[in-house]
Design a protein around this ligand. Structure first.
Ligand SMILES: [Zn+2]
Length: 145
């Protein structure tokens, strides 16, 4: 299948083990998402009814890459941010999403890897629990980076 072949190519280019892509929205843990990289099953799931399959495939591959290269940050945002992930999803501050958005929308031509190392998980915990510091950090990332 063409999309599996493209995913295999991406895995090879980025020197990662090959993983499967499954087209079945019933496997999405978030029914509102068009796609998902599930790091438990190590699979990419895509809603078969989506229009922009290629962008979603690149976006979800990027999450797989993040999980392998920036595991702590990826896990923090997806499991430990306690609501910040959804609240800040569309901002640059949500580094894993901004990076995956740019990578997906440009089909791998660009990315925001620079954002992934900007904050450590310890700093993110501090920011999560300090609203004033968090507002300042969001403002900084949104306006100066
Ligand atoms: Zn995403």
């Amino acid at each position: 299948m063409i999309y599996q072949n493209i995913l295999n190519g991406l895995c090879d280019i980025y020197n990662l083990p090959r993983i499967k892509v499954i087209f079945n929205k019933d496997y999405l843990t978030n029914p509102n998402a068009g796609g998902q990289y599930n790091f438990i099953t190590n699979e990419i799931i895509i809603d078969e009814n989506e229009q922009c399959i290629m962008e979603i495939l690149f976006h979800e591959f990027r999450h797989y890459w993040q999980y392998r290269r920036y595991a702590k940050i990826f896990i923090w945002w997806t499991c430990r941010s306690m609501g910040l992930f959804h609240k800040l999803y569309w901002t640059k501050f949500c580094s894993i999403e901004e990076d995956a958005r740019i990578f997906g929308n440009t089909l791998g031509e660009s990315n925001r890897k620079d954002l992934l190392g900007l904050y450590s998980t310890e700093q993110l915990c501090y920011l999560r629990d300090n609203q004033t510091a968090l507002r300042y950090a969001i403002d900084y990332v949104e306006n100066f980076l």
